[in-house]
Design a protein around this ligand. Structure first.
Ligand SMILES: [Zn+2]
Length: 357
C-alpha cells in the first residue's frame, strides 16, 4: 500500500466494560440495535451452563429471541456447518460468548452471514476479543485471517476476573508482544516500503509498556480489579490499533510468526497463544537489539512462561520453529528477513536468554 492510497479503518462502535454487566446484556444489546429481534449466541458448554440463566432472562425482558450454538470445534469446517444452519434464519446479530474459540467462530460466522457481531469475552487471553482477525483450525495458512471488527464488545470484569489466572497471564504475553511487532513494522517501512501508521503503532506499543509497568502488581494469582481492567482495556486497544492500521501489523510481527511456526511443528501442543508469543517476544527483542531482559523479567514476575519447558517444547522444536518462522508468511517482512541464523546460532541465543533452562 502506498502512503497516499485509500485507507479504511474498522472500529467497534461501542465498548462496555464494567462489573456485573452481563445481567444487563439485553438492555445493552437493545440500546445500540433497537430493531434486533433474534440473535444467535455461540458459546462453549461450560460457559453456557454458568451464565445461561442470567443472559436468557435479560434477553427475554427486552423481547430478544435467541438460540444457543455450542462451539464444539474451533474450525472452518464447523463454522461452515453453523453458517448453513443459520443462513435461512432471520438472525440479525451473532454473539460470541466465551474465550478465543467462541469469539473467533462468532466473528467469522457473522462476517460470512453479513450480520453484526457482538463480542462478549469471558477471559482476557488475547487481543482477538476486539480485532477483526480470526484464527481457526482448517485454514490453509497457519495464521489469522481478516473477518469483521466486532460492532460492540461487552466485558464483564467479574466474569473475566474469575477466569483462570493463566488466561490473564497469556493476555499479558499477547500485549507485551507489541514491543517487537511494532519494531518489525518499522523495519517493513524502512526496508520494504510498506505503509506504516504512526498512531496505530504508538497505540499498540503503549500496551506493551503498560504490561512492563503493571507486572510488579501481578504475582501469579488473581490481581486487583484495577489491574484486570487495565489489561482488558489494553487488549481492546490493541485490536483497535489493528482496526486503525487496517492490518494486523501493529499487533503481530516476528514473535507471532515464531508462535505460528511452533503450533505447526508441535501440532498445537505448545501452550496458549499469549504464552508462545511472550517467549517469542523475548527472542525477537534480542534480535532487534532492544532490552530483552526487561521483557523476560516482566513475564517472569507475571508468572507467564519464559522457558521452552513451560510450554512443553524441546530444544529442537524451538530451533525448527525459529528456522521455519519467516517461511510461514513470506510477505510479512520482519527482523527475520534481516538476520540469517543457523541452528547453532539459534541454540546459543536461546541459551543466553535462559529459554532452555
Ligand atoms: Zn496475538
Amino acid at each position: 500500500m502506498s502512503y497516499h492510497s485509500t485507507h479504511i479503518m474498522q472500529l467497534p462502535r461501542k465498548v462496555i466494560i464494567g462489573n456485573n454487566i452481563l445481567r444487563d446484556c439485553g438492555v445493552l444489546i437493545k440500546e445500540g440495535n433497537s430493531n434486533v429481534k433474534r440473535i444467535a449466541i455461540i458459546s462453549g458448554p461450560n460457559v453456557k451452563s454458568k451464565v445461561a440463566s442470567l443472559i436468557e432472562s435479560s434477553l427475554s425482558d427486552r423481547n430478544i429471541e435467541f438460540q444457543w450454538i455450542i462451539a464444539y470445534e474451533a474450525s472452518f469446517y464447523f463454522a461452515d456447518k453453523i453458517i448453513n444452519l443459520l443462513k435461512n434464519d432471520e438472525i440479525s446479530i451473532i454473539v460470541g460468548l466465551g474465550g478465543g474459540r467462541c469469539i473467533d467462530l462468532g466473528k467469522l460466522i457473522a462476517s460470512r452471514l453479513h450480520v453484526s457481531f457482538i463480542s462478549i469475552p469471558t477471559s482476557a487471553s488475547h487481543d482477538g476479543i476486539s480485532s477483526p482477525f480470526v484464527s481457526l483450525k482448517g485454514n490453509e495458512r497457519p495464521y489469522s485471517i481478516m473477518a469483521e471488527t466486532p460492532l460492540e464488545i461487552i466485558c464483564d470484569l467479574d466474569i473475566i476476573s474469575n477466569a483462570p489466572y493463566r488466561l490473564l497471564a497469556s493476555g499479558c504475553g499477547d500485549l507485551i508482544a507489541k514491543t517487537t511487532a511494532v519494531r518489525d513494522w518499522e523495519l517493513a517501512r524502512d526496508y520494504n516500503n510498506e505503509y506504516f501508521g504512526e498512531y496505530a503503532a504508538k497505540l499498540a506499543f503503549l500496551g506493551s509498556r503498560m504490561i512492563v509497568d503493571i507486572s510488579n502488581e501481578m504475582h501469579g494469582s488473581k490481581p486487583s480489579g484495577g489491574v484486570t481492567r487495565t489489561i482488558v482495556e489494553g487488549l481492546i486497544s490493541s485490536g483497535v490499533a489493528a482496526g486503525i492500521a487496517g492490518s494486523s501489523r501493529p499487533c503481530s510481527g516476528s514473535e507471532h510468526l515464531f508462535s505460528h511456526a511452533l503450533e505447526y511443528i508441535t501440532k498445537n501442543k505448545c501452550g496458549l497463544h499469549g504464552e508462545r508469543v511472550g517467549i517469542g517476544t523475548i527472542i525477537m527483542s534480542k534480535l532487534h537489539g532492544v532490552n530483552w531482559k526487561e521483557i523476560r523479567d516482566a513475564l517472569f514476575r507475571i508468572k507467564a512462561p519464559t522457558t521452552a519447558k513451560e510450554i512443553n517444547v524441546d530444544k529442537d522444536q524451538l530451533i525448527d520453529a525459529m528456522i521455519l518462522a519467516k517461511k510461514i508468511r513470506p510477505e510479512r517482512f520482519t527482523i527475520l528477513n534481516r538476520i540469517e541464523l543457523n541452528r547453532t546460532q539459534c541454540q546459543d541465543i536461546f541459551a543466553e536468554l535462559g529459554i532452555l533452562d
